[in-house]
Design a protein around this ligand. Sequence first.
Ligand code: AMP
Length: 600
Amino acid sequence: MTDVSTTDETTPKFSELGLHPLVLKAVEAQGYETPTPIQAETIPALLSGRDVIGLAQTGTGKTAAFALPALSDLAEAGRAADGPFALVLTPTRELAIQVAEAFTSYATELADFSVLPIYGGQAYGPQLAGLRRGAQIVVGTPGRVIDHLKRGSLKLGSLEHLILDEADEMLKMGFAEDIEEIFSQVGDNRQVALFSATMPTSIHRITGKYLNDPQEVRIASKSQTGANIRQRYFMVQHSHKLDALTRILEVEEYEGIIMFVRTKQATEELAEKLRARGFKASAINGDIPQQARERTVEMLRSGKVDVLVATDVAARGLDVERITLVVNYDIPHDTESYVHRIGRTGRAGRSGEAILFVTPREQRLLGSIERATKQRVEPLVLPSVEELTNTRVEKFTKRIDDVLATTELSELTAVIEQYELSRDVPATNIAAALASLVLESNTLKAEPMPEPVRGKPGRDRDGGRDGGRPARGGRARDENMTTYRLAVGRNERLQPGAVVGAIANEGGITSKQIGHIDIRSNHTLVDLPKDLDPSVLRKLSHTEIQGRPIDIRPDSGRPARPFKKRNFDKQPGDGRNFRNDRRGGKKFGTRSSDRSRDRF
Ligand code: AMP
């Protein structure tokens, strides 16, 4: 029998879920305020030892939902048996890498922790070495996992956790047989967590056959959004959100705005950036004492503050009539939060506006929001350069009108007249000079914005897009590819997703055209097609990742500056374990805010 649980109104704290203190500490360091609904339901069930079926999509926090209990159990067991402690199966190599990075970020407090991603398309050598060294968590695509089982390099006899991530995707990709084979090699004494966005009969068959009295976790969604709220979305990479936002706000009419972000840190960071751009912005989050929060809300009410940047928790129950616009700067984890968030506007029978930023990877969430709310979220068209410029001119003209209409200026007029006569300069030139002082610029012209992203980066099936790491000296492994060097690397906390996103989106090529990515400490090697159109390279030459120009150029084989190979140079492309060595060295991939997936 399967019992079905749904979320209720009271969200527990992470500290109430029963996680191991070392795991809890790492989660708190991530800045997560409260568990997402899928986490709140799944973590206690998994910690109690039950098998779980989680119906959840990307962006709901499902990775932490399965990673945290597995790591808690590992911390408890403190074991280094022969063979991995947990195996996570993912449909694609990108997801395998992301999941491995997430594990690393939640395991920062565990001594000698190691996780190994294994996927097709990568040379066997490093994977074999990683497995020999004994990875506690293996994250792999089914095909490659089977290959290692056949070779005897991976043994699942002492496996305690088997996790299937995006199970429906794996079945769609034809991995059913491989998955069954993997189940048959895992002993009975294991816990299974299966996550899937949908529940086709093929998944029912697997869960019925291999899961033991599973608890099914489904997140109930409240689906009523106010009809008086116009909802629009804008597809944008994370790094362009702020630019897009400021452009949108230049032309939107609004009184008060509430802007939602994912973490407490992000509320402060965004409020700061908005203040630097001249907005009256303030942050509220769960760390700010209640009284101070109330003061901030009062300031929004009275117009001393126009933009409130908030987390879900801090904005709970907020009722300020003046809010005419809700911006989902980060897409919420679930439909229920979305409905709750946009309900902060359109109060007291007024109409409201809701704008949602969606990164290419989060496209699926947009679909589920539309399905659950049974409302279409319209695409937002970013104002054109002309529109922006015209709006600026109009606003500036209005400022002049207002001053002329309301201010006694005869004293200043005399000064200007004096200037005009003594310097013999036309009054319009003097006015323009003064305008440039006021504007701190000599133009009102807007700059063009990089094109919004239309499609989502494709994902490779098992087998990957390459045949291993690129050779040095511009010679990629694939003879149709050339290796390029980017001037950003792990020191900038670069993640593979950011490289794919930046190159695909800015260069206007598909992610399938991008070959192997090898992130080194101070640079990154990436394989791109030999016959790449020069216009693509030109576009890429202006590309920045995390505010740094990538300075793309064919790799000459010489490092930009000598660097010593150290433990922390290990990374997914190497196929070597990500290992937390508490005695020294940096840890790889400890930030999961970057895993918000398109942060570049
Ligand atoms: P996932 O659905 O696992 O792909 O997670 C989506 C994003 O949400 C990732 O960037 C996570 O780091 C982030 N995330 C996961 N859990 C939480 C949480 N409880 N609070 C805030 N962000 C979270």
